[in-house]
Write a protein that binds this ligand. Structure first.
Ligand SMILES: [Zn+2]
Length: 302
């Protein structure tokens, strides 16, 4: 398939050799990308029960299970691989993280989840991964026995980690539930090492502006600006309120916090089982160290 000439100078491939997707600061280029790849966004006609695709995590062809194939399919949340157990958005997040960051076994990673199959896969591949969940009423950094495992509690707006702890921070479908998402992004910035990468996802408006669906008042009450939208919580099984859907203006917010080159990655790939208009936000903490310290730091962290 011929790639179009994108209008924006900042539009580039997501990563060298990945073979699909762009990273961009242009809404127009994002729309062009998904228009060009519209055949990969969903399967039309009779949706089968399985899709044969190459699983990046298992490194082999797998029959990905399609849930809801008889009705409406939420493509991001299905296409579960029988080998690794990961759905579309989890498999693709591992794939993009590895293609972009080229992490090693000794990379230190913070993942804002700890009881999901995604955490299990990341921890297995990168042993220096710390995961956390939001456990109501706990002290930040405290661990609790949950479902037979020790789970760490963190509030993403006041993390207990020391500054400059991680090579990468990964946060998938969490920030839409955090009213003070700016504070959370600032905390992600703080705990990253210089040159470290933040990769995150959340519901996206495909527009310029972030849409505030609900806001938290100083007295703790919630004001709804749009009909309440609840997402399933794997931890409690209950619904969690979605406070906002993000727009392109989130790139400016990330820049104000200090991040370098914030971009939206957009991608779809039928051969790997990544259907839907998939979005990931990416940005780096600037590396202000001297060239020598940078070299030594990179060498010691291997
Ligand atoms: Zn797999």
């Amino acid at each position: 398939m011929a790639e179009p000439v994108y209008s924006h100078l900042d539009t580039q491939p997501i990563a060298e050799g990945l073979g699909f997707g762009i990273r961009t600061t242009s809404l127009r280029d994002l729309r062009d990308y998904f228009q060009l790849h519209r055949d990969e966004i969903s399967l039309t006609g009779d949706v089968p029960e399985f899709l044969e695709a190459q699983c990046h995590v298992c490194q082999q062809r797998q029959s990905l299970e399609i849930q809801g194939h008889e009705g409406e399919v939420n493509w991001r949340e299905t296409l579960r691989c029988p080998g690794c157990g990961l759905i579309n958005r989890w498999r693709s997040s591992v794939h993009l993280f590895e293609a972009i960051c080229e992490p090693s076994r000794s990379s230190s990673i913070y993942l804002t989840e700890a009881i999901t199959p995604l955490f299990t896969v990341i921890k297995q591949r990168y042993p220096k991964t710390t995961g956390s969940e939001y456990l109501e009423g706990q002290q930040p950094g405290a661990e609790m026995q949950v479902q037979g495992r020790r789970i760490r509690h963190e509030d993403v707006t006041r993390l207990s980690f020391t500054s400059g702890s991680f090579d990468a921070v990964l946060s998938y479908d969490v920030l839409e539930h955090v009213p003070d998402y700016r504070k959370a992004l600032a905390e992600f910035f703080r705990v990253l090492k210089p040159g470290g990468t933040l990769l995150w996802s959340a519901p996206f408006t495909f527009e310029e502006r972030t849409e505030i669906r609900a806001s938290l008042q100083p007295d703790g009450s919630i004001v709804h600006h749009l009909p309440p939208d609840y997402h399933g919580d794997p931890f409690t099984g209950q619904g969690v309120l979605c406070f906002q859907s993000f727009g392109f203006d989130i790139l400016q917010v990330m820049e104000q916090i200090g991040f370098e080159s914030p971009r939206v990655c957009c991608f779809s790939n039928l051969a790997a089982g990544y259907l839907d208009r998939n979005i990931l936000f990416i940005a780096q903490k600037p590396d202000t160290r001297s060239p020598l310290r940078r070299m030594l730091g990179n060498w010691f962290s291997r």
